[in-house]
Design a protein around this ligand. Structure first.
Ligand code: FAD
Length: 307
């Protein structure tokens, strides 16, 4: 990183908020990934927005990280700057039936807060291990509901305008595992959710039922990034992978879960290369057998992670 840029960063955050050669394996649920050249930890929205403004003005590559639960990072790491938006920005406020949260708030926590306040609508998200920022970006969803069903507006840093904007949910271009954030230079800073009143006991019951479903069907005991592939139209990735005889298939320490073929897991000290090689193999073999080309849901960071 150029000295001039470093000086600018130090005008915004303290030395202790800058890490160098930070292992990304410590920040991804896959538990793989080499070092990020520079890793910035803003303490609040003001610092995050100032950093984003700075990086939008220069040519230096940067990447916004949430909880790393949908991310595969190269073993070679990232030759750029990672800006972390997580627990330093996890504020949450409830007013009537509206819940507003900062981008770093974990969905699991929001769902619990909503439940305790007798607000229903976030039960589906109670087992998704991502932040509000990651979930809005991905339009995360489960058990028939998606973020788009509950989001009323999103607070974004717009790198083109170089300012913070509020975008109504209906203008967020939400579709299956897609949002406006993926189309351009946007960073999620927060979101508002419209929920509805219900008996907290009933909400808890629904959350527990979903948790039970998850723990019985998903290999939560292993590091992974959840479903590796998007659901192809008219079918399920896990079903196609199983039909191609790939359950339990391994490359190095990466493996197609025996419990749920839709999950590639880090079974035993896998590298990102093991995982991407297995992903390529699954795509090829499923395509040969079914004519369906699976699209990864997992985001990739690194030039050697091409399909
Ligand atoms: C065990 C397990 C189960 C899962 N189950 C589900 C499920 O049921 N449904 C589902 O949809 N997903 C599921 N996932 C995947 C993942 O949890 C979600 O996609 C989640 O929304 C990702 O959030 P994150 O904060 O971890 O994002 P990250 O993994 O950190 O980032 C994902 C992408 O979002 C971008 N991003 C993150 N934060 C921001 C921000 N503030 N502004 C702009 N861009 C940002 C990143 O740059 C990256 O491109 C699961 C994952 C695991 C490990």
């Amino acid at each position: 990183m150029k000295e001039t840029l470093k000086k600018e960063i130090l005008r915004i955050i303290g030395e202790d908020q800058i890490l160098y050669q930070e292992p990304m394996s410590d920040h991804t649920t896959f538990r793989v990934g080499g070092p990020a050249e520079t890793f910035l930890i803003p303490h609040n929205e003001k610092e995050a927005a100032a950093l984003l403004r700075l990086f939008s003005d220069c040519e230096e590559p940067f990447f916004v990280l949430g909880n790393g639960s949908n991310l595969l990072v190269s073993d070679k790491g990232y030759q750029g700057t990672v800006i972390l938006i997580d627990r330093n920005m996890d504020g949450c406020e409830i007013r009537g039936e509206e819940l507003t949260a900062q981008a770093g708030a974990l969905l699991v926590r929001l769902a619990s807060r909503a439940q305790a306040a007798g607000l229903a609508g976030l039960e589906f998200a109670s087992g998704i291990p991502g932040t509000v920022g990651g979930a809005v970006t991905m339009n995360a969803g489960a058990y028939g509901s998606e973020i788009k069903d509950v989001v009323t507006s999103v607070r974004l840093f717009d790198a083109k305008k170089k300012e913070i904007v509020e975008i109504p949910g209906e203008d967020m271009h939400f579709s299956y595992r897609h949002s406006l954030v993926k189309e351009g230079m946007y960073t999620v800073l927060g979101a508002a959710f419209r929920l509805h009143g219900d008996d907290p006991e009933e909400i808890l019951k629904r959350m527990e039922e979903l948790r039970e479903k998850r723990t019985s069907k998903q290999p939560l005991e292993y590091p992974s990034a959840g479903s590796t592939f998007k659901r192809p139209e008219g079918s399920f990735a896990g079903k196609l992978i199983e039909e191609a005889g790939l359950k339990g298939c391994r490359v190095g320490g990466a493996m197609v879960s025996e419990k749920h073929a839709g999950f590639v897991i880090n079974e035993d000290h896998a590298t990102a290369q093991d995982i991407i090689t297995l992903i390529r193999k699954i795509r090829e073999q499923v395509y040969e057998r079914s004519g369906i080309l699976l699209e990864p849901e997992v985001c990739m960071l690194g030039e050697d992670l091409t399909l």
